[in-house]
Design a protein around this ligand. Sequence first.
Ligand code: ZN
Length: 203
Amino acid sequence: MNVKCLSLWQPWASAIAIGSKRIETRCWATSYRGPLLIHAAKRCRVGELRELEQQNFWRGAMFPLVALNDHFRDRLPFGAIVAIADLVDCRPTSEFGYLELEMPRHPDGINPMQALDWCEANMGDFSSGRFGWVLDNVRRIEPAIPYRGFQQLFNVPDNVVAGRIPPTSPRRCPKCGSADHLVTQRPCIRCDYCGYAWRFAFA
Ligand SMILES: [Zn+2]
């Protein structure tokens, strides 16, 4: 058996692995839905990494994987499988709205005065004509599994990742914390306990 895999440049691959990036943007769509391994490309573009790590929102998005005064290239895996997720949706970038793209996020344990907020729109290219691949149930694979990357979606034999995939943690309502009253109504999930509803990818 094989598992589908998608290769990304760093730091985008690790941004997915730690939950800071939830939508991958591509110039092509896929009808595939299901488990998807996230691979970090081997090639390290040092100049680009240096530019990104000087942007406050990138430093926030990569914390705590990369400490605030560390360099991306010293802390990120290259040429390796870094996470597994469920690919749950793929639609044109024009169909994504404020809740998915603009809601600010903030790194845990950092003083908000440091202004390290980022949002999903910072993590991808949502210009028109492209597609957003919506990921859910992301689990980081640590340490990363060295593996060669390929173009497009490619297959990885499941013995490569056997025993290395972390279990799914129970989904919880972001408002009341309940795990027992959630009703899936794609593309949303509703909490029957408190009435809160949210988009699938943000569970
Ligand atoms: Zn609730």
